[in-house]
Design a binder for this molecule. Structure first.
Ligand SMILES: Nc1ncnc2c1ncn2[C@@H]1O[C@H](COP(=O)(O)OP(=O)(O)OP(=O)(O)O)[C@@H](O)[C@H]1O
Ligand SMILES: N[C@@H](CCO)C(=O)O
Length: 313
C-alpha cells in the first residue's frame, strides 16, 4: 500500500543548466554549468499549485501539468507514496528553448524532489535518477551532466550496445583552468524542430573527423585546453541546422576564425565557447566586432556541479 506524505514537509533542489554535444560529441558529451534553477516543493492537502519567477513565468502552467509537479507525482508513485497536494516555488534562471537543458533540469528537479520527499533518510540513488530522467527526456547528453555534474561522457540509451537499452554515463576530468562563455540570443528553438532537419546518413569522412575530435576533446578538457579550437570542430550536425539559427552559426564561424573553441550549445540557438579563464576579456573583444548590437547576452561561466538536494524539514 502507498503511504501518504505529511503536509508541511518541504524539500529544495538546485539543478544546473547543461550544454550537450560540445561540438563533435553529438548525443554523447555534455557539460554541467554553474548556472542553476532552484526549486522548492511543500506537501499540502490543498491541491497542486506552482509559483514561478524568472524564466518561463509567463508561459509554464501553474497546476499539476507543470513539468516539475507532474514529474514529482510520477516519482512519488514510483517510490510508493502519494500526496493530496503540493505547492511548488520555482526560481528559474536557465533560459527555456535555448539549448541549455532547461527541460532536463526541470525533469531532474522533479525526480530529485520526489526522492527527497519519499526517501528522505536514504542517500540519493543517482542510477535511478539518471535512468528515470533519461526515460522521460531522451537526451542523455543533457540529463547525465544535470545528474552527475561536470564533464560527462554518455553511451547506450538509443544505441543497441547496452543489454537493457539503458543509458550509461561517466564523469571525466576537467582541467582547473577550463572556463565557458555562453552567448544567449533572445529567440528560442525547440529541440524537436532542430532534430527534424538532421540527415539520416553522413559521409564516412565526416564521421571519422568527428570521432577524432570527440576523443581529442576528452584529452583537451583534462590536460590541454589549448587544443579546444581543434577539438570542438563538428561536421555531423551543426551545418544542417544553420537555416534555423543563421546568426548563431555566423557567430560560431566568426569566433572559430578568431581561434576560439566555439560551437552550438545542444540543439541551439545558444553559442558556447570553451576556453581558459584568462581569455575571457579578449574573447569579449572579438564579440564586440562579431555582435556589434549586443544581440546575444554574455555569461562568463565555469563547469558546474550536479543536481543537489539542499534542505529537508
Ligand atoms: N523549469 C521549467 N518548468 C516548467 N517547464 C519547463 C521548465 N524548463 C523547461 N520547460 C519546458 O521545456 C521547454 C523547453 O524544452 P526544449 O527541449 O525545447 O529546450 P531546452 O531544454 O531549453 O533546450 P535543450 O534540450 O536543447 O538544451 C519549455 O518551453 C517548457 O515547456
Ligand atoms: N544532442 C541533442 C541535444 C538536445 O538537447 C541534439 O543536439 O539534438
Amino acid at each position: 500500500m502507498r503511504t501518504q506524505l505529511t503536509p508541511g514537509r518541504s524539500v529544495t533542489v538546485q539543478v544546473p543548466a547543461t550544454s550537450a554535444n560540445l561540438g563533435p560529441g553529438f548525443d554523447s558529451l555534455g557539460l554541467a554549468l554553474n548556472w542553476y534553477d532552484s526549486t522548492t516543493i511543500q506537501v499540502t492537502n490543498q491541491g497542486f499549485v506552482a509559483e514561478v519567477t524568472g524564466e518561463g513565468q509567463s508561459s509554464v502552467p501553474r497546476d499539476k501539468t507543470h513539468l516539475v509537479i507532474a514529474t514529482v507525482l510520477e516519482a512519488l508513485d514510483d517510490l510508493g507514496t502519494h500526496t493530496p497536494g503540493l505547492r511548488l516555488t520555482a526560481h528559474n534562471t536557465i533560459p527555456h528553448g535555448r539549448g541549455l537543458g532547461s527541460s532536463s533540469a526541470a525533469l531532474v528537479a522533479g525526480l530529485l524532489l520526489g526522492w527527497g520527499l519519499a526517501r528522505a533518510d536514504e542517500p540519493v540513488d543517482r542510477e535511478w535518477l539518471l535512468r528515470e530522467a533519461y526515460r522521460r527526456e531522451g537526451h542523455a547528453d543533457n540529463v547525465a551532466p544535470a545528474v552527475l555534474g561536470g564533464f560527462v561522457i554518455t553511451w547506450g540509451g538509443a544505441d543497441v550496445d547496452t543489454p537493457d537499452a539503458g543509458v550509461r554515463a561517466r564523469r571525466s576530468r576537467i582541467h582547473p583552468d577550463v572556463a565557458v562563455l555562453a552567448l544567449v540570443p533572445s529567440f528560442e528553438l525547440a529541440t524537436t524542430t532542430a532534430r527534424g532537419v538532421l540527415p539520416l546518413e553522413v559521409p564516412l569522412t565526416d564521421a571519422v573527423a568527428n570521432a577524432s575530435r570527440t576523443a581529442l576533446l576528452v584529452h583537451a578538457m583534462a590536460e590541454e585546453p589549448g587544443l579546444f579550437h581543434t577539438a570542438t570542430s563538428d561536421r555531423l550536425h551543426q551545418n544542417a541546422r544553420t537555416s534555423l539559427m543563421p546568426s548563431s552559426m555566423a557567430l560560431v564561424e566568426g569566433l572559430r576564425k578568431d581561434g576560439y573553441g566555439a560551437f552550438i550549445s545542444g540543439a541551439g540557438p545558444t553559442v558556447l565557447v570553451l576556453l581558459t579563464s584568462d581569455r575571457f576579456d579578449e574573447a569579449e573583444e572579438s564579440l564586440k566586432r562579431l555582435d556589434p548590437h549586443g544581440s546575444y547576452s554574455v555569461h562568463r561561466l565555469t563547469p558546474g556541479h550536479g543536481a543537489r538536494l539542499l534542505t529537508e524539514d
